[in-house]
Write a protein that binds this ligand. Structure first.
Ligand SMILES: [Zn+2]
Ligand SMILES: [Zn+2]
Length: 385
């Protein structure tokens, strides 16, 4: 049996080292190198460069041909760290503000534990993906033949969750995280002198009206039982203080939990943009992009995971999320092909929010993540005697 206290100390060291050397999406060369070296040292078969900087470790025990995948993400964000931690980022303007340093360390810990202890029958794939924050890394691995080269029947991923105590487990069957689409609407008229709006087709008033009109998509176009968010986040114009703008760009982002709602938002946005522009005598052009698809958990596998979680965290600390979360996750791309479950572990009640410059992964959570990975492997690849 592996000494878990020792493993916890070892993982803390790994995690803090990743934290000190954060790398942006598809640039995780150092991180991926360390991951691959450790997996090899644990005796796993290792493939690097899968979908750019992705790493896949394979561990087989017994004779079953069943297999599951456990996944972690490795990338950091372009945020200037303000934690003052002794292991704070040494790369100016880049930081692990989403806890992917912790996810990577806890999955490495699980690889070590499972390679030493076994206790399952079949194959476990350890997937370390690049570029989660961009929503590009999972797709890159899939396009590089992940499912054909390293087949697996099910896939599981863990994310830390600020606001919940360490040792708290949450997930839910069905939609668990939202789709994210982005949009850019360009209004075009003709700029002119600020003193003669009557002689120009200026776009500022139209842009302001459009921002308000877009708010009616959720309140007046979606069914009351559907969930959606439409947020305008930027308005950029070519006007100056005493000249009316001839172009304005309105940018923002939308969230939804089904492809139908995403399509509904896009259709209504196009109608409202065209209608509003026409009412003000200007033109509208719209670009609508799908960045993240919704993360949807398999109901049966979610049940199995909750059962495994309850044995580690206790029934009281294992609960279903009442609502899906309106943030997005690249793990959704794997779930679009293979059934599985995405789940959350508390990062502490006082933890700063994800993507906050003072956020830090809670090292006390590492061993929980490792135990959860191990429990899932044993629950889903049982040794039948
Ligand atoms: Zn993030
Ligand atoms: Zn994240």
């Amino acid at each position: 049996m592996t000494d878990l206290t020792h493993l916890q100390a070892e993982m803390t060291e790994w995690r803090r080292d990743f934290h000190r050397h954060p790398e942006f999406g598809f640039e995780e060369h150092r991180t991926a190198g360390l991951v691959a070296d450790r997996l090899r040292a644990f005796g796993l078969e290792v493939e690097t460069g899968v979908g750019g900087t992705g790493v896949v470790g394979t561990l087989t025990r017994g004779t079953s041909n069943r297999s599951i995948a456990l996944r972690a993400d490795m990338d950091a964000l372009r945020i200037q760290e303000a934690t003052n931690a002794p292991y704070a980022s040494s790369h100016d303007g880049t930081m692990h503000a989403c806890g992917h340093d912790g996810h990577t360390a806890m999955l490495l810990g699980a690889a070590k534990l499972l390679s030493e202890e076994g206790g399952f029958d079949g194959t476990v794939r350890f997937i370390f993906q690049p570029a989660e924050e961009w929503g590009q890394g999972a797709l890159a691995m899939l396009e590089d033949g992940l499912l054909q080269r390293f087949p697996f029947d099910e896939i599981y991923g863990i994310h830390n969750m600020p606001g919940y105590d360490v040792g708290q487990f949450r997930t839910r069957p069905g939609p668990v995280m939202s789709a994210e689409d982005t949009f850019e609407i360009t209004l075009t008229g003709s700029g002119g002198h600020a003193s003669r709006p009557d002689k120009t087709q200026e776009v500022m008033v139209a842009a302001c009206a459009l921002v308000l009109n877009l708010q009616t998509i959720v309140s007046r176009r979606l069914s009351p039982t559907d969930i959606g968010v439409v947020s305008v986040t930027e308005i950029l114009s070519d006007g100056v203080r005493n000249a009316l703008p001839g172009t304005a760009r309105i940018l923002g982002d939308t969230r939804s939990f089904t492809p139908e709602v995403s399509a509904e938002i896009e259709t209504n946005m196009a109608k409202i943009a065209a209608g509003t522009a026409s009412a003000y005598g200007v033109l509208a052009a719209i670009e609508y992009r799908r960045e993240f698809i919704p993360t949807v958990n398999d109901p049966n596998l979610t049940k199995a995971v909750m059962k495994a979680a309850a044995t580690i965290f206790g029934q009281n600390n294992t609960a279903e999320l009442r609502e899906p979360i309106s943030a997005s996750e690249d793990f959704a791309q794997f779930l679009a092909h293979v059934p599985g479950c995405f789940m959350f572990l508390g990062n502490g009640k006082d933890s700063k929010a994800l993507h906050h410059p003072e956020y830090d992964f809670n090292d006390r959570g590492l061993i929980h993540g490792t135990k959860l990975h191990r429990a899932i492997a044993r629950e889903r690849l049982p040794i039948i005697t």
